[in-house]
Design a protein around this ligand. Structure first.
Ligand code: 5GP
Length: 155
């Protein structure tokens, strides 16, 4: 089995073990969207990326934040910016006052990376939340998208 297959299998097994659903799952995204996370603190695929157990293309890292290229890019530049410590922030809807600093840091880091990536004509920031927000990984993350003309309204 190739390394790519191994990564995919890992992703499926992590997603499957953290979402509860009785219906068959056609894809990872559907698997995630079909159910709610069983535990806000449950590990996700992003923990494996943070711990370098699976590879990713890191574009920025400091002691609090990691940013890496999305495996399924929706634009020429598509980067995910995540806190290294989840601290209950499985999604934005779980934010508490104690998260002020990390939430600000995620957005400020997005601005730094946009500059680093040369997105001088603009970019888009997305935070999907919950099943209706199309969230599939329950470890808060900021999507930074750029390098093409964005459309509005978003789908
Ligand atoms: P969400 O749908 O939760 O807003 O975004 C999750 C994102 O994580 C998706 O855009 C998906 O492509 C990305 N993703 C899922 N698994 C991996 C992975 O193993 N590596 C990377 N780099 N991105 C991933």
């Amino acid at each position: 089995m190739s390394g790519k297959d191994n990564n995919k299998r890992d992703r499926i097994s992590v997603l499957s073990s953290h979402f509860s659903s009785s219906r068959p799952m056609a894809s990872e995204k559907e698997a995630a969207l079909a159910a709610t996370p069983s535990d806000a603190d449950a590990p996700t695929i992003f923990d494996k990326i943070i711990n370098k157990e699976i590879p990713s293309t890191v574009v920025y890292e400091d002691d609090k934040v990691l940013a890496f290229r999305d495996i399924t890019p929706q634009a020429p530049t598509h980067i995910l910016i995540i806190p290294k410590v989840k601290d209950g922030l499985s999604g934005l809807s779980k934010a508490e006052e104690r998260h002020f600093d990390i939430l600000g840091r995620l957005l400020y880091t997005a601005k730094l990376i946009a500059k680093q990536e040369g997105l001088d004509d603009g970019f888009r920031i997305v935070i999907n939340d919950g099943p209706k927000g199309c969230q599939s990984v329950y470890h808060i993350h900021v999507h930074l998208l750029g390098g093409r003309q964005m459309n509005w309204p978003a789908g």
